[in-house]
Write a protein that binds this ligand. Structure first.
Ligand code: LMR
Length: 393
């Protein structure tokens, strides 16, 4: 039967990773997959993670299963990290998931179970895997305007106009912070306007928050998620620990469900059921480390300090790049790079130019001209600026 299989469309981000590995040039620059890199190009294990792993190795005396929903203390710590005191803890149902992607997948499945006709509103553009998973699940997508190619900011009027066409029973997927792939984000008052649309339409928001701490700080980055969760009767939140704890391969994430109109046992039971069907117990190693860090004052302080170094480092690179481009291009049309937040910025170059920069200068960015800012360092910023100007982007 397997002879009937057909080739799947390759994932653009993962394909680029492969191409970069195969390129033998020594001065190539990897701005592809969303992985943080330090100034030497390494993705370090964070200090607090190392310390927690050491402690765990010494103290853990069993690897038996934890609960289907994950370890309760992980879920508590993550709900607190993301939602703060925005909603009572008893209103939040949650399951640990394999990474943020696991949470996204479960959120979509839960939506489909609740309403097979649900349309899912996604920003244009969004993380390509959002679209791919929705297609795989056979769910209807509606793209809402988001990125303004002219300003390289948010096309807010277009976004609101499109969101107004949603209705009760639809899901609106929003990026909590650090929009992937554009780096363009909503302001506080703009989030208030989105909340108003959520009230008016009755559509259910889903927030994907994968980069908390990479934009304006841990609390600032969660502010919109908290505001939405506090304002609506029900919402879904998919959070990832891959980036802000640097534990990509441990697959650590959480899906939270606020469903005030739903029987609590049914809400939690359905989340548990979905875990059981898809992978049974969620992975625990990364979740355990995160819990140890969040619940230990010293480890938490050290984690926050290192995360802050990463965040400010990316901001410095943004400013340096915008400046170098201003000098070379004699215009401030790249000023948006310093305004964007998070790991990514969409340059706004055509796919031909992206390819040209790869061929001529060894610059690897995603085909839609998404750049991973953390892939730069003080030495490669001028190389990138040269390549952008040379390509005429
Ligand atoms: C990215 O957008 O590059 C990351 O979220 C990694 C991935 O899985 O695509």
């Amino acid at each position: 039967m397997f002879e009937h299989l057909t080739a799947q469309k390759p994932d653009g981000i993962l394909m680029l990773m492969q191409m970069y590995r195969e390129d033998t040039r020594t001065d190539k620059v990897d701005l592809g997959v969303g992985v943080y890199k330090d100034a030497s190009g390494n993705t370090p294990v964070m200090r607090a993670i190392k310390a927690a792993e050491h402690k765990l190795w010494e103290t853990q005396d069993t690897k038996t299963y934890v609960g289907l929903a994950g370890a309760p203390d992980f879920n508590d710590a993550m709900v607190k990290l993301v939602l703060g005191d925005a909603v009572p803890r008893t209103s939040v149902h949650s399951v640990a998931t394999p990474g943020g992607t696991g949470a996204v997948r479960q959120a979509f499945e839960l939506t489909r179970m609740s309403n097979p006709e649900a349309r899912v509103f996604v920003s244009n553009p969004t993380w390509p895997n959002h679209l791919s998973i929705l297609d795989y699940l056979g769910m209807e997508k509606v793209m809402y305007r988001y990125f303004d190619d002219e300003t390289r900011g948010v096309d807010f009027d277009g976004m609101i106009a499109d969101l107004k066409t949603a209705k009760k029973g639809d899901l609106i997927l929003l990026h909590g912070c650090c929009h992937n792939p554009t780096g363009a984000n909503l302001t506080g008052p703009q989030w208030d306007a989105v909340i108003e649309v959520l009230h008016d339409t009755g559509a259910t928001p889903m927030i994907d928050i994968a980069y908390q701490g990479f934009g304006d700080g841990l609390d600032a980055d969660a502010a919109a998620t908290r505001a939405v969760a506090a304002a609506v009767p029900e919402c879904l939140i998919a959070a990832s620990c891959s980036k802000n704890f640097g534990i990509y391969r441990e697959r650590t994430g959480i899906l939270m469900l606020v469903a005030n109109g739903t029987d609590k046992a049914v809400a939690q039971g359905t989340l548990n059921f979905l875990n059981r069907q898809n992978y049974s117990f969620p992975p625990d190693h990364g979740a355990r480390l995160v819990t140890m860090i969040l619940n230990d004052d010293a480890l938490r302080a050290d984690w926050m300090a290192e995360l802050e170094e990463m965040r400010t480092g990316m901001l410095t690179l943004r400013e340096q790049l915008a400046k170098e481009l201003e000098t070379r291009s004699g215009s401030n049309r790249f000023g948006f790079l310093a305004e964007h937040r998070g790991m990514f910025s969409r340059l706004g170059a055509s796919s031909d130019l992206v390819e040209k920069m790869r061929t001529d200068s060894g610059i690897y960015m995603v085909g839609d001209s998404r750049m991973n800012i953390a892939g730069l360092n003080a030495q490669t910023v001028p190389i990138l600026a040269d390549a952008i100007v040379k390509a005429g982007a």
